[in-house]
Design a protein around this ligand. Sequence first.
Ligand code: NAD
Ligand code: GLY
Length: 363
Amino acid sequence: MESIEIDLGERSYPIAIGSGILSDAAIYQGLPAAAQAVIVSNGTVAPLFEARLRAVLQPRYKNIQTVVLPDGEEHKNWQTLNLIFDALLTHGCDRKTLMFALGGGVIGDMTGFAAACYMRGVPFVQVPTTLLAQVDSSVGGKTAINHPLGKNMIGAFYQPQLVVCDLETLVSLPQRELSAGLAEVIKYGPIADMGFMAWLEANMPALLARDAIALSQAVKRSVEIKAEVVGQDEKEAGLRAILNFGHTFGHAMEAGMGYGKWLHGEGVGAGMVMAAELSQRLNLVDQDFVQRLRRLIECAGLPAKGAVIDEKDNAGRYLELMRVDKKSQAGEIRFVLIDGPGKAVVQSAPDDLVREVIDACCI
Ligand code: NAD
Ligand code: GLY
């Protein structure tokens, strides 16, 4: 087992990575004592792993409740969040109650937000079961729900006590979800580590075949980079925004098509190509780099072309949605661009140029 510490002073915590560790009682030893624990999961993940998690927690917590939410990005909203509060109140959960997010990024983001709000904050643990959640969403304390007008618009920064990345859980993941997770893995190359990008190019077939060693290396390096960035800028005053490479375009696709049509990672995949293309048109990288990134995204089984979200004025609709992005300032969209391979920069771009990129990159 590997353990990576995220250094956030009194909010520091370990990210444990290994095979079968979900059932290892030693992992949970350092957690705060409590009478109650609540596992939040969904109808797909709970039948796979809830019994194992419950069994390992049983000796530590007298009373364990499980809340099973509907599965899907389209349920990442107030109505579903309220189901968690309903359960916490119905079961008389106190402010020491420990919550466990068992699932992908949707469950992790919603459980974390519920933990941040319930009685003004109860401790929680991330047990991510998708590749995307293991390499990104479970680490760093961003929690949120969606709003029809914008993705992840209602939320809080709220750190977990522990992250448990059990690589064995990835065995049952549908192939499309594995590819979606690879989008968030790929992003770490262009923004921070071109050696990692070269490693991904060489190891993509092994990753797609779920080779255990390759997956463990990909998760470990991704978490290391994320922990390093978040350790320097927990609340995204500046640097942390680079982790949103591809997300400005990607979020517009998700919201524009309706949440759940394209997976988050698919939007990020095509969005990274668009952001790289914009970087090239601003003379920050050359066309060879854009081609190289496009190839890697295609090899991962991801869309490299953006989606058309409006038949009449596609670029106009993208611009409208991207203005709502959290990085926007005074109505000006700010993009994560590649400023030479391995380095990211956050800056605005002329609308005309952004329109050109959208027209060139969408199917
Ligand atoms: P998801 O949570 O919807 O999970 C994908 C699908 O896989 C779901 O149907 C889920 O039930 C199923 N699943 C989960 N684990 C499984 C397993 N082991 N075996 C079989 N099926 C399994 O999607 P996701 O890609 O994990 O996460 C996407 C979400 O994460 C988005 O809402 C995105 O906004 C959010 N996100 C948040 C952050 C952050 O920093 N908080 C970062 C990136 C993404
Ligand atoms: N997924 C982007 C971030 O955590 O900042």
